[in-house]
Design a protein around this ligand. Structure first.
Ligand SMILES: [Fe+2]
Ligand SMILES: [Fe+2]
Length: 253
């Protein structure tokens, strides 16, 4: 590795938005990235879950790491009762669960098996760096640790306590975060690729690493969001929660 920089694209919370995923990937290729890390919630909410998983399957040689998000857990384990599968949060209404079920029914057996190979967390070594990859860090029983919507660096240290690494990646909140401690530890959430809060563009990031250097660049990529919304409205018009989903996840608010 020495002085040469390794460029790693970071993507999270694609949420079945194939237009956003393709736009981000095109940017990664323009930027000549070496690898991609995917932080989960690839499926759920949007109109094109199978296309998104197939896209990752077709590009899996570039995937340095990929983890399951709560939406993959809903598919591979069980549908949640509460929001985020967290018993302290509100009970999910039937129409939201119908939306999740609709999403799951679009996914082929091959894509289910592809998703099943991923864990909830994984540590990856690049040169002297260890990158801890998670959708959100879990406790020993596999449950997500305390949910902080906009975690401070101290809260990041708390939820990643006892996890190995000098670079800690997470998604799940759909908000961008970047913290660098005096000890050199870095905590990054690239924001949600498919449904970022507060913006109509697709969110992702690029980590650039050498033996002596860590840089992070946040990406904010314009893409055809109106087509993505129309795609949802036409494709899943029978799902009662569609207006909620479009409002919550695809428009600036
Ligand atoms: Fe999530
Ligand atoms: Fe998510």
């Amino acid at each position: 590795m020495q002085g040469k920089l390794t460029h790693i694209g970071i993507i999270s919370d694609i949420h079945s938005n194939i237009a956003a995923l393709k736009s981000i990937w095109e940017e990664f290729e323009r930027r000549d990235i070496d690898y991609v890390i995917c932080l989960g919630d690839t499926i759920g909410l949007g109109a094109r879950p199978e296309e998104c998983v197939q896209f990752l399957r077709a590009h899996q040689k570039q995937l340095l790491a990929c983890v399951r998000g709560n939406h993959e857990n809903y598919l591979l384990e069980a549908l949640p009762v509460h929001n985020h599968g967290d018993a302290t949060k509100s009970v999910l209404p039937k129409e939201i669960l119908d939306l999740f079920r609709w999403n799951h029914n679009q996914i082929s057996n091959e894509s289910v098996e592809f998703l099943r190979q991923f864990k909830k967390e994984v540590a990856v070594k690049i040169g002297r760096h260890t990158i801890f990859v998670s959708h959100y860090p879990v406790d020993a029983s596999g449950q997500y640790r305390t949910f902080y919507f906009t975690p401070t660096i101290d809260e990041c240290r708390e939820i990643f306590a006892d996890k190995p690494g000098d670079i800690f990646l997470f998604g799940h909140t759909h908000l961008r975060e970047y913290h660098r401690g005096r000890d050199g530890k870095i905590f990054v959430n690239p924001g949600a690729a498919g449904c970022p809060i507060g913006t109509d563009s697709a969110s992702a990031g690029i980590l650039s690493l050498s033996e002596t250097q860590i840089d992070y660049e946040q990406l904010d990529i314009d893409y055809d969001i109106e087509t993505a919304i129309d795609d949802m409205l036409q494709h899943i018009e029978t799902v009662p929660a569609i207006d909620y989903t479009v409002d919550q996840f695809y428009r600036k608010h």
